[in-house]
Write a protein of this length. Sequence first.
Length: 101
Amino acid sequence: MTVTITPNDKGNPPGKLADAELHFTDGPLEGLKLIGFAIWERRGGGAGRNVTFPARQYSVNGERRSFALLRPIVDTTAQSRIRELILDAYQEYEERAAIAS
């Protein structure tokens, strides 16, 4: 699996740094990609970054809610591994971009 980064060059919405996709290179998912990840600056000026996962929005009694599409089966830390992979890929992207400019 590889992580592909697409920078948010437009700066809209504010705080969104990039989109990320997981490209599967082996196994039964080979040739497919999972989209819908986003890398954000932390709110409130805190250090670090956050990754949001693919989700579908829906409405209940006029209230907007979100249903996560990628969820752990048992191990609640499973998402942390993907989050770290995406953040590492974004950091590598930033380092390559700094060298190129």
